[in-house]
Design a protein around this ligand. Structure first.
Ligand code: AHR
Length: 837
């Protein structure tokens, strides 16, 4: 028997055996129809569940209480609730309709429809008054019942359905559960899964003449102001609450107010907050310091202390004014250590009757981890102060109002091809009133509009749109601003003015009122003009020039929407924005959104909208288990090449406890080999979130952790860096032949070979997510390399290792056929340069 005949004979045997098995599991006299009972957990914590019964007496739960549709209304997680779902089947077309209340009080109603009870369409939310609009005109009979299933009494609705409906429901859930069991595979099970596995051998054949161009923007970064990524993080300002604009709404914490982080030391002074005559209406609060006897000081500890470096210069400034009756005078500006020692000192002379900016420079005489700023007026009287600021002179690329050099450099070292900003959820905000308005983030610092950050703190927006554009330019990365699609975050927890009164204050994606959409769209068009418009002939181009950048920023991409629910409210607003941009700026690539998951209603609806409108690119998000990444390497192989391109805008491997370790980093590296292979359809990717300040972290894992003194790139950072620094312009076909036929083994080995046409380098990426090494022979076919030299960058370690770093060394490549042994649990990049004389 030759191999092919053997293969087909085996398949036939398996098919017959499986069918036989299935038959023997079947009961021949199954009922034609049974009772279907639909219900949800009495506390609203579950989705739509089913139980079934032949006679209506003994009940069986369908797929152990699997949730067939979950409510999307309300803020994150457990606050999304479903009460008393009433399931009805339309007699006319057989479609299923489910109505439920989304709040305990019953003020918010929800509706979703489905053809088969498995795939559900978008949800609508409304008040009871509108409930009848969602009821089918004729339905099959249903009755309200109380039943006992799995020992619990449940309230719900009962109707008769064909038994095949139950079978379908069960099959669907079983399939989902089976998939989930694959996704739950973790490296800690490897000693059992791969018990007895011996070191492997592989031959990797690369067809260097079979190439396809891939996106040059494949690896980028997504910056969101989460985890103190901006103020107290990348934005180099060292004074916390410099503008006295903190508000209890910002952090919803007691004491988080205008005077937060400020204090008076000494008995001879008081400090209050005033709003009567501010520098600018956007910045209404300022400090009034009343000194009865010189000596008292006004202090600020920065963000967890002010870290200073010996010999470095610091630029201090404040806006000051003295009211009638005070003459003002010299104010000492000191940086003092916790032991009281003076690390730097200078002074400003505050005597103007009008707001005036005063500046001076300080030089630190020691390395200090946690200093405080102290202002010490030398003359008694009243001082009105605002925008009290201290910046290191050494910012990234030396910009004033710049970025923290070490953090920004760590980002630049990834060689990102683009930067998406300013969020995530921060971009579309917590309710429409919290949508990130880009115009409020530009212009003089004292006139910028501070904004509550939905992650529970304050945004000065000193790091605003101008600074984002500048940062992109500094790194040679494309700017990718993302703006709300006229709707706030789908998990909004506040009342938006649209929803207030109608749907209660439980939070939901109410849209910008239609009468305000024109102005909102104009703001988006103005942003494009701000980035690209002529410095003299356009209003917004002129503003950019006034900010110090007459040359356009050359904006090519704009994101509209962030993992929104694809509801009518969204579709209407997105379409208006999309059409307006297309009409005025057809050269701009608009990036749409397809929800927060790799499948489901928003994913389906988002893709359907993308096809309808011909949206050039869509933003996909998925935070998934490493097992998902291992078992879905064909995800993009299946994508239609003629539809929208993909921006994988947020993704990360999540393990229980949310570490960032070798296991997650290698799973991401493995998946990225498949993304590179699909670099003709996937145009961009960015890991999320990017930055996290220690002790101020709302989300784990992140790519780079930091404190005031250190930057701590994670293992996952090195995966991103290895891809970013080794991007290609063309993908080369390759095949791996491994001396193991086990699926679990094969799926944990990934290879991607690209060529960088700018340098002519061949780049081989090899991922081994197995506990054994793989001795491989790499054959670059159809090419005769001349004097090749190569480097090897290796990231490896125990799956639980959270501290591994990549190491680059020279690597010997004698010709186009060379050996390499992939260590167990490793990611290697071999970069081959040809040295043609
Ligand atoms: O990356 C963190 C958050 O995850 C983003 O703000 C949001 O888009 C997603 O839900």
């Amino acid at each position: 028997m030759n191999k092919l005949t053997y293969f087909f004979a085996t398949c036939l045997f398996l098919v017959c055996a499986t069918t036989l098995q299935a038959r023997t599991n079947r009961v021949t006299n199954e009922p034609d129809s049974v009772f279907l009972f639909s219900y949800s957990d009495a506390n609203g914590q579950s989705g739509l569940r089913f139980a079934w019964s032949t006679e209506g007496t003994q009940w069986f739960s369908v797929a152990d209480g699997y949730d067939y549709v979950k409510c999307d209304f309300g803020p994150w997680g457990r606050q999304k609730k479903m009460f008393r779902p009433r399931l009805m089947q339309n007699r006319a077309d057989g479609r299923w309709h489910c109505l439920w209340t989304a709040t305990q009080s019953g003020e918010v109603w929800a509706h979703a429809a489905s053809a088969d009870l498995l795939k559900w369409g978008p949800q609508s939310y409304f008040t009871e008054a509108d409930r009848t609009k969602y009821l089918p005109s004729t339905i099959f009979p249903i009755t309200e019942e109380k039943i006992t299933v799995n020992g619990r009494e449940e309230d719900g609705w009962m109707q008769r359905v064909p038994y095949s409906t139950i079978e379908q429901l069960v099959r669907f859930a079983e399939h989902k559960k089976y998939r989930q069991s694959l996704y739950d595979e973790r490296a800690e099970q490897d000693p059992v899964r791969f018990a007895g596995l011996k070191p492997l051998e592989a031959t990797i054949n690369v067809q260097t003449s079979q190439t396809k161009p891939i996106s040059e923007h494949l690896i980028g970064i997504f910056f969101e102001d989460i985890n103190y990524a901006a103020d107290g993080g990348l934005y180099a300002e060292l004074i916390q609450n410099r503008d006295f604009e903190y508000s209890s709404k910002d952090g919803s914490r007691e004491g988080w107010d205008s005077n937060y982080a400020w204090s008076v030391r000494g008995d001879d002074a008081t400090f209050t907050i005033a709003t009567a005559n501010p520098i600018h209406e956007n910045n209404p609060h300022y400090a009034v310091l009343n000194i009865t006897k010189p000596g008292a000081s006004f202090q600020n500890p920065g963000f967890d202390g002010i870290t200073l470096k010996k010999g470095e210069k610091y630029d201090f400034s404040l806006f000051g004014r003295v009211p009638q009756g005070s003459k003002g005078g010299k104010v000492l500006v000191k940086l003092i250590n916790q032991d009281g020692s003076e690390i730097a000192s200078s002074s400003v002379n505050v005597s103007s009757k009008e707001w005036k900016k005063y500046s001076t420079q300080l030089i630190a005489n020691a390395d200090v981890r946690s200093a405080e700023l102290a202002l010490v007026p030398q003359t008694a009287g009243t001082y009105e102060l605002d925008m009290i600021s201290l910046f290191p002179r050494n910012t990234f690329r030396g910009h004033k109002n710049g970025l923290r050099a070490d953090l920004a450099q760590t980002l630049a070292d990834m060689k990102p091809r683009f930067v998406r900003f300013p969020g995530g959820c921060v971009a579309h905000g917590d309710g429409v009133d919290n949508i990130y308005d880009w115009k409020g983030s530009i212009g003089p610092l004292e006139a910028r509009k501070p904004l509550r950050n939905l992650w529970g703190y304050h945004q000065t927006r000193g790091l605003g749109y101008f600074e984002y554009f500048q940062f992109c330019e500094d790194m040679g990365a494309e700017p990718v601003p993302v703006l709300a699609a006229g709707v706030p975050c789908q998990n909004s927890g506040t009342c938006s003015h649209h929803a207030k009164g109608e749907l209660g204050c439980n939070g939901q994606q109410g849209g910008i009122p239609m009468e305000e959409m024109g102005a909102y769209i104009q703001d988006i068009l103005d942003l494009i003009e701000y980035a690209n418009g002529d410095a003299k002939k356009t209003v917004w181009g002129r503003k950019r020039a006034e900010a110090g950048h007459p040359k356009p920023f050359n904006l090519k991409f704009i994101g509209i929407g962030n993992e929104d629910l694809i509801t009518d409210i969204f579709v209407e607003r997105f379409t208006m924005i999309f059409n307006a941009i297309k009409e005025k700026y057809p050269e701009i690539t608009v990036i749409g959104t397809v929800g927060p998951f790799y499948e489901g209603t928003d994913y389906d609806e988002g893709w359907a909208l993308a096809s309808r409108l011909n949206i050039p690119m869509v933003d996909e998000h998925y935070y998934v288990a490493p097992g998902w990444l291992i078992h879905n390497q064909d995800y993009y192989d299946r994508y239609d090449r003629n539809k929208s391109k993909v921006y994988l805008g947020e993704y990360a491997a999540h393990l229980p406890g949310r570490p960032n370790n070798i296991e997650t980093a290698l799973a991401e590296a493995l998946y990225l080999t498949s993304v590179e292979r699909n670099g003709d359809v996937v145009s961009m990717t960015s890991y999320a979130p990017l930055l996290a300040k220690e002790h101020h972290t709302q989300w784990n894992p992140d790519l780079i952790y930091f404190n005031n003194a250190e930057v701590k790139p994670t293992v996952g950072y090195y995966t991103q860096q290895m891809y970013g620094q080794n991007a290609g312009t063309d993908y080369l076909a390759s095949s791996v032949s491994l001396n193991s036929k086990e699926d679990a083994v094969k799926k944990r080995v990934g290879v991607s070979v690209v060529k960088d046409n700018h340098t002519g380098d061949y780049i081989v990426k090899l991922v081994n997510l197995l506990p054994v090494e793989i001795t491989s022979q790499i054959k670059l076919e159809d090419v005769a390399l001349v004097n090749p030299t190569a480097t090897k960058t290796l990231l490896s370690g125990d799956p639980k290792d959270k501290t591994a770093k990549s190491v680059t060394t020279d690597f010997e490549v004698k010709g186009n056929d060379f050996p390499y042994t992939m260590p167990a649990y490793s990611f290697t990049v071999i970069r081959i340069h040809e040295n043609r004389k």
